[in-house]
Design a protein around this ligand. Sequence first.
Ligand code: SF4
Ligand code: FES
Length: 254
Amino acid sequence: MDLTLHVWRQPRAADAGRFETYEATDISPDYSFLEMLDIVNERLTREGGEPIAFDHDCREGICGACGMVINGVAHGPQEMTTACQLHMRHFSDGDEIWVEPWRADAFPVVKDLVVDRSAFDRIIEAGGYVSVRTGSAPEANSIPVSKPAADRAFDAATCIGCGACVAACPNASAMLFTAAKVTHLSLVPQGQPERYERVARMVETHDEEGFGNCTNHGACEVACPKGISLDFIAMLNRDLMKATLLGAATGEEG
Ligand code: SF4
Ligand code: FES
């Protein structure tokens, strides 16, 4: 396949970015999108150019590092597929492809397609953990967890923190990510002692980091490569209301 790429190039956060055009020739339909970028980068490097910076790690759809907007769609045209698992067979010979970074104030561009997603880390630091001594692994059935709760908690826990939900949202809200991280703990017994403090602190940090409000567009759910459901935002909102009544954000008992 021969393709024309228009790639966002931005040397540093403070610089103005622009699209640069590259020809990607002799690309196998079996290459992943990132392998195609690797080929382009090898050619760029051989010609003395600056390779395109993009984030990646596992290349197996599990780490969440590889965020980029492809033809205006977070992670590209395949549903439930990260950019690293997107294969070139989903494009056609001769296609023009536009590649740009996540666009959100809370995700400043570091370089080219790489953005700083440490705001997600700070939301997790605010409460996405269970602060009890867990000791060695307990016997699996010593704390009963119902099958429906275990399944829902697992569904929430499949969020890989990629940020596509933010990139797709017209408000740049990270509420789908936050809801997944709140809910996977609030559904299991181990998450109960800090349940309401957790949701209050994580939502407060979400807002402080500059993410927008959720207004139920649903674009996040469509963009999410792990199929995280909007239902988790509804569950977060119910817990947040209880937290507000309990004064959980300030530690005041209601
Ligand atoms: S909710 Fe989905 S899109 Fe958002 S960070 Fe998690 S996996 Fe990525
Ligand atoms: S590189 Fe890990 S999910 Fe894409």
